[in-house]
Design a protein around this ligand. Structure first.
Ligand code: AMP
Length: 415
């Protein structure tokens, strides 16, 4: 269970529909989180909203609960609410949360996302034609349906853009505009974003009308997270990861983030070779496999998960004991999101970041954002020399004659 600040409102004080309150109780929620306390009354009031809040703040329930409250209490026809999200995993997760909260109200939800084998198309087509109360969709797949001409969106009253900054990063700006062109002009719009760069402001201006603004301060990594950095050359990284995990039975759930599909595959292969139970998630995997891997990792059947950024935002995985950043995330806020995966429920967790010379300036930016210095460690001696910490240095490549050579055993080459 996520630990939130005490002295918050009780859900009962929000006067939500009894069936919804029952589901909230059933899910074990007692007090509202700050974003819920601020957003729910405004949404119930029918206002447009722009909300800067990161994953883990309880923002999903903040927008789902008031919408479900309306749907449980009012008459409506056809599709009512469209939630647009950047990734398939987030679509599934939000759909599941809607199902949980709407258990006693019977409001239906459908997740529409790409990557399937095509068998889901007909069911989606029927739902989009006849209407489905809540639709959670990724932009690409939804546009594919919209192009066919049968989608009936004239009854949509609520539009929610979740993880809006991530959607723009992924190049969905025009797709979002296109989808919106199919919606009635009169609707309530809610936009949630972890950050507020100028492009998000621009989108907000176009989509929202006289919005109420909520800003939930970016939370720094929880006190219980032990953060450290290893100063490493690239060719030291995989052997270092192997040695960091080997023999550490306490780390029961390990999540490794890496920037590219290629490095994700390389890390997973190397760990598999060392007999760890390891799986990977990146965009080249079939959607069904991605869901299966994520499910098994959440159920603690897989100890190590190696993933690209697809998992850094939005996805709710509890009790991760060790996070390893194979590279420093380009966006300083992503570091906080990733590290936020650990020490959420339990009070302790470890987050290690492998930093090469090129990434040092990025680490400096992260330290500025979280307003603290992260402890820097050299790689253990057997891996050779670490680069020297110098965030102002111009990125350079290590001279060839310093190529990594493992001292013991003489088998230094590891690619
Ligand atoms: P989110 O920020 O929406 O991804 O939510 C993060 C996690 O917090 C999810 O596991 C939610 O189920 C949980 N959560 C949301 N609101 C509450 C609450 N009021 N009390 C306890 N847990 C909550």
């Amino acid at each position: 269970m996520v630990v939130f600040c005490l002295r918050r409102m009780n859900f009962k004080d929000l006067n939500l529909n009894d069936k919804l309150t029952e589901a909230i109780e059933y899910m074990g929620f007692e007090k509202t989180t700050p974003v819920q306390e601020q957003a729910i009354p405004e949404i119930l009031d029918g206002k447009d909203l722009i909300c800067c809040a990161q994953t883990g703040t309880g923002k999903t329930a903040a927008f789902i609960l008031p919408i479900l409250n309306k749907l449980a209490s009012e008459e409506y026809h056809g599709s009512d609410t469209l939630i647009i999200v950047p990734t398939r995993e987030l679509a599934v997760q939000i759909h599941q949360q809607v199902q949980g909260f709407s258990y006693f109200t019977g409001v239906g939800s459908l997740a529409i996302y790409g990557g399937g084998d095509g068998s889901e198309w007909e069911q989606e087509k029927i739902a989009l034609t006849k209407g489905n109360s809540i639709i959670v969709a990724t932009p690409g797949k939804l546009i594919a349906h919209l192009r066919m001409g049968y989608v009936k969106f004239d009854t949509i009253r609520h539009l929610i853009l979740d993880e809006a900054d991530r959607m723009l990063d992924m190049g969905f700006y025009e797709d979002i505009q296109r989808i919106i062109s199919f919606l009635p002009a009169k609707r309530q719009n809610l936009m949630f974003s972890a950050t507020m760069p100028p492009k998000i402001r621009e989108l907000a201006k176009q989509v929202l009308s006289n919005p109420h603004e909520i800003n939930i301060a970016m939370s720094k990594p929880a006190e219980g997270v032990l953060q450290a950095v290893y100063l490493t050359h690239d060719d030291q990284k995989i052997p270092l990861i192997n040695s960091l995990i080997a023999g550490k039975e306490d780390y029961q759930s390990i999540l490794i983030f890496s920037a590219t599909k290629k490095s994700v595959a390389e890390i997973a292969k190397s760990l598999k070779g060392k007999k760890f139970t390891v799986e990977r998630i990146s965009s080249d995997l079939e959607q069904r496999d991605r869901e299966d891997v994520l499910g098994r990792f959440k159920a603690k059947q897989v100890r190590v998960l190696v993933a690209t950024d697809v998992l850094s935002r939005g996805i709710d995985i509890k009790d991760i004991s060790l996070i390893i950043n194979y590279n420093v995330p380009a966006d300083a806020e992503d570091y906080v999101h990733r590290v936020g995966r650990t020490a959420r429920a339990s009070s302790t967790g470890v987050a290690l970041t492998l930093v090469n010379t090129e990434d040092m300036f990025r680490l400096k930016r992260i330290e500025e954002l979280i307003d603290s210095e992260i402890h820097k460690l050299p790689v253990p001696e057997e891996f050779g020399k670490s680069p020297v910490w110098n965030p102002n240095a111009r990125p350079f490549s290590r001279p060839k004659n310093q190529k990594f050579k493992k001292k013991s055993g003489g088998k230094g080459k590891k690619k």
